[in-house]
Design a protein around this ligand. Structure first.
Ligand SMILES: Nc1ncnc2c1ncn2[C@@H]1O[C@H](COP(=O)(O)OP(=O)(O)OP(=O)(O)O)[C@@H](O)[C@H]1O
Ligand SMILES: [Mg+2]
Length: 249
């Protein structure tokens, strides 16, 4: 079977600066892939290309067996290729429940339009209630987004993405600024919601990445340096030189 996501030969420059060089990478159905590398390595840029927010200069992206290069971000999301942002895109004056309802209803509209809006909305609203229950957030998501604590906002970002029913979820530093316990809790929410969702996780917290990922891809200066099991990557001399050098064994 072909992989869920196939990235082949992606290149991207900003002016004279080469942000991505010949990146090829596959993500299998259901796996958790960690994407690590120093600041400026090109991790977010790669997410932007894969999700259609940036057009690459070269290369191709296939998702679920079909090319998606010509599709805008929302069409890719409708196929199940969904990302979170380093900074979330939500309506801060609305409650989390309201933000989630909009995302879920939009999602439902893609597949169930013929059933009529009311059925769509009922199903979408039920999904929102399930997400809020799974999240363990206090006050049931009724608070304004702007009033959530930092940790709660990171969970809210995640729920917004899950409301779109991803087959592959690209998480861009979802655990930045969280305590180890909060980070673990956030990742548990994803797995509890749907254990079959494939994940690509960008994080600088090495314990989180090595603890939760099946495989790890290491980027450095716009290139893919290594891809392998956590063990193999941790032991790799080039990886240690570029990124993990200060790590104790
Ligand atoms: N729109 C843009 N225009 C010009 N340069 C950009 C643009 N987007 C990213 N870059 C540059 O490309 C390089 C890679 O950036 P990117 O955000 O992908 O890195 P990253 O690996 O996500 O880093 P971090 O860990 O700090 O988030 C950086 O040098 C960045 O300044
Ligand atoms: Mg980044």
């Amino acid at each position: 079977m072909s992989p869920l996501l196939e990235i082949a030969g992606i290149g991207k420059s900003f002016g004279a600066f080469r942000a991505l060089s010949d990146i090829s990478l596959a993500v299998e159905e259901g796996e958790t892939l960690g994407l690590i590398g120093p600041n400026g390595a090109g991790k977010t840029t790669l997410f932007n290309v894969v999700t259609g927010f940036l057009r690459p200069d070269s290369g191709a992206v296939r998702f679920a067996g079909a090319p998606v290069d010509r599709l805008p971000p929302e069409k890719r999301a409708a196929l199940g290729l969904v990302r979170t942002f380093q900074k979330a895109m939500v309506f801060p004056a609305l409650s989390l429940r309201e933000n989630l309802a909009m995302a879920a209803r939009q999602r439902a509209g893609h597949g169930l339009r013929w059933l009529g809006a009311r059925t769509c909305h009922a199903e979408a609203d039920a999904k929102v209630e399930r997400l809020l229950a799974e999240s363990g957030l206090p006050r049931g998501g009724g608070e304004r987004m702007a009033d959530l604590s930092y940790g709660e906002q990171r969970i809210a970002d995640l729920l917004m993405a899950l409301a779109l029913e991803p087959r592959l979820l690209l998480l861009d530093e979802p655990t930045a600024g969280l305590s180890q316990a909060e980070a673990e809790r956030l990742l548990r929410i994803v797995r509890r919601h749907d254990s079959r969702t494939a994940l690509v996780l960008i994080a600088h917290d090495i314990d989180i990445v090595f603890g939760h990922c099946d495989r790890i891809a290491v980027m450095h200066l716009g290139r893919l340096l290594r891809t392998g099991t956590p063990q193999a990557v941790r032991a790799d001399a080039a990886v240690r030189a570029a990124y993990l050098g200060s790590l104790a064994d």
